[in-house]
Design a protein around this ligand. Sequence first.
Ligand SMILES: Cc1cc2nc3c(=O)[nH]c(=O)nc-3n(C[C@H](O)[C@H](O)[C@H](O)COP(=O)(O)OP(=O)(O)OC[C@H]3O[C@@H](n4cnc5c(N)ncnc54)[C@H](O)[C@@H]3O)c2cc1C
Length: 422
Amino acid sequence: MAVSTGRPRRVVIVGGSISGLFHGVYLKRHGSDVVILEQDPKTIRSSHNAGIAIGPAALEFLAKYDDTGVQSCIPGVRTRLAYRQNLYWKDTNITKHLTSWGLLYRILRANFDGLTSEAVPQPPKPRESDGKAEYRAGKRATGLWYHDGVVTVQFVGEDGKEDRITADLVLGADGLHSTVKTLLAQATAKEYSGYVSWRGTINESELSPKTAEYFANRTVLGFYERNYFVCYPIPPDSGSFAPGTRLINWVWYWNMDESYELDQVLTDIHGYKHSNTVPSGLINPEIWKKHLANTVPSLSPTFAELLLKTENPFVTKVNDAICERATYHDGHVILVGDALSTFRPHFALATEQAAKHCLALGKVWDGETTLEQWEKEAIIWATKIRLGSRTMGAGHVRGWGEFFGAAWESLVFMVRAQLGWA
Ligand SMILES: Cc1cc2nc3c(=O)[nH]c(=O)nc-3n(C[C@H](O)[C@H](O)[C@H](O)COP(=O)(O)OP(=O)(O)OC[C@H]3O[C@@H](n4cnc5c(N)ncnc54)[C@H](O)[C@@H]3O)c2cc1C
């Protein structure tokens, strides 16, 4: 059962991506001493320049805790819908604030442990109330034990050496394939959606002026037969926002059951079959060429230009997953961000979820609410978004049968949540 723990003094966070850094910055700003363990050995990490959306909680977080003064996103980008050859099907008032994983990572690192980067050449000085902050790159968590209010985390470095660290609180911010979750023996409902996302970015200056203008200042959703695109402008990792220097990020949801064909897509240029993502630069060019040859003739020339000019796209199986519990060991171990719940990305809410978890946990540490209440609300919100995202994906990629099933499940859950039965 979750227990309210008060503000923790020593914290270890497993996972140094967006969720780990939101929580790390928050806790450090409130005086905790924080160590982040991140398995990736690179300090300046690459995001393949791919894009993320920033919602109200992430904006609130940055307004309160970001001292860099650096522009974090392209604000208020409107959404246009395109249907097959009709590029101007509908302009909507739906807006999103858009950025890249790499830029947000650099801003959060500058605040957390003063990392200098092209995006943040002069990191801010610590605030007087700050605790200590340490980002240990190339450290993979491998073990976790709890005894009498103290959590011990075992980790292994790049040199293969094992070490241990203790804390009052450990946050598992280690994503969809969370090691912390596995070490807690937490069962997870994880499922392949039946489709993949092909993704890529291209500098707007490399597109023809007409195509660049079409994509440069809006999010475009382009719908085709059981596949659809989401395209939007983002800053590169360096944080440049000047027109002509930004990137157009595209995501193309493509229907593909578990099959020999999917195995081929996931097999890289070295013959290695990836379980989830084939990173940029490793996709077998023959597979990509064949895919384009089969599909480009049915696309509008404007979308086709994006694909044909993109170098090094990458591909990911779209999964979702959710845990039944977020808190363990009397509240001394907590799962946050994608480790607790990963959505299909249709509503672009993963970063928002991470910020929401962090701000709401702050209220627990301030004594305004309990950890039980935090956990309940986090799981209800995640379930709503997870089921809504499934409905969206099923409707546009998988077909009517799955759409009605997903919509029904979503509706039933919303009613149960409304009645307090969820
Ligand atoms: C390099 C990178 C680029 C991304 N780019 C995009 C993007 O462009 N668009 C988008 O929508 N989402 C992107 N994501 C995913 C996005 O960050 C998340 O969906 C969201 O922000 C919430 O993430 P998270 O921090 O909970 O989990 P994740 O972002 O998945 O981060 C988990 C982190 O934990 C680390 N980790 C895992 N296991 C261990 C272990 N045993 N020990 C130590 N560390 C461990 C991983 O290396 C990773 O850094 C990216 C993630 C990464 C890591």
